[in-house]
Ligand binder design. Structure first.
Ligand code: SF4
Length: 300
């Protein structure tokens, strides 16, 4: 899922055709850049990890949210799932053992789901989202905290914030949503920025831009933020390992922005890694009867 990118495309403060955002969206998929520059707004699919972090950051409890969404009849099953994961993690001390096929938890029989249609619609209408939402709240958020070396009792805060991505070539910055952990250390607060993604595929362009970002408020960062990629599957938090040199960043952004403006626009993800299209806000435009087969999307 690329919720942060699609939120930036939908943010009315970010001009359509902004070179930084054009470069980011073209690097994601040239076809997405085409749709955006043609004036189409993306429709990001429901992201249970993002939603869970949003709710977690509010300070209320998991059970309060689940009851509010209408899962009050399934609280016992949900508690059982959490206990099953806890037990499985103790029995199998590896990263996220509950992802192994042998883990049998995280299922609610069809008969027990009856009457929860409205509740599951609050989580994108897919029962798999319920367990991703719970797992993110109860386990992944703690895995990431540990991976970022934030002690549980450090009085840290976690919030969703907008940061500003700047480069000299652009007159205005791009607003971009990120997850920020602030950890008191002595008289200052360490800032750690987490980008949801995958451990193996760090988004070099975005992270290199993020390295020089500013907060959107009046106050500058008390110290330079540390950047992490937070793996939304395994719960690993990886320190940003920069391979794109700072001196090449602006040239790279400029050339990607030129490509976004002039094309070509191959649907690269559909051709190379179509599973990415499932999380794309433009899948409804690409997978129609005139362009890519809708059957291909149904099969993903
Ligand atoms: S649906 Fe796939 S091919 Fe189309 S813009 Fe999105 S990622 Fe690219």
């Amino acid at each position: 899922m690329y919720t942060d990118l699609f939120l930036a495309l939908l943010n009315r403060h970010n001009a359509r055709g902004h070179p930084i955002l054009s470069a980011l969206v073209y690097a994601f998929c040239p076809m997405a850049a085409h749709w955006w520059l043609a004036g189409a707004d993306p429709v990001p699919p429901f992201d249970p990890v993002w939603k869970s972090l949003e709710d977690l950051a509010s300070g209320e409890t998991l059970m309060e949210y689940l009851v509010r969404y209408g899962f009050d009849g399934l609280i016992e099953e949900i508690r059982t799932y959490i206990r099953e994961v806890e037990t499985y993690r103790i029995q199998h001390p590896i990263q996220a053992p509950e992802l192994m096929p042998l883990f049998r938890g995280g299922k609610i029989p069809a008969g027990r789901r009856f009457g929860s249609g409205n509740a599951i619609n609050n989580l994108g209408g897919d029962w798999r989202n319920l367990f991703v939402y719970i797992r993110t709240w109860a386990f992944l958020s703690q895995d990431w905290r540990i991976g970022m070396q934030i002690p549980r009792d450090s009085n840290y805060t976690m919030t969703g914030e907008r940061v500003l991505l700047n480069l000299p070539l652009a007159r205005l910055p791009v607003q971009f949503n990120v997850w920020v952990w602030k950890v008191p250390v002595g008289h200052v607060r360490e800032t750690k920025i987490g980008l949801l993604g995958s451990d193996q595929n760090q988004n070099q362009l975005l992270l290199s831009l993020m390295k020089r970002c500013n907060p959107s408020g009046d106050q500058p960062w008390p110290n330079t933020p540390t950047l992490f990629t937070l793996d939304r599957e395994t719960g690993e938090a990886s320190h940003f390992d920069q391979t794109l040199s700072d001196k090449d960043l602006e040239k790279m952004v400029q050339s990607l922005a030129n490509l976004a403006r002039n094309g070509p626009y191959p649907p690269l993800n559909a051709l190379r890694q179509p599973s990415i299209c499932k999380g794309c806000g433009y899948r409804h435009l690409c997978f129609d009867k005139h362009f890519l087969s809708p059957h291909a999307m149904a099969a993903l």
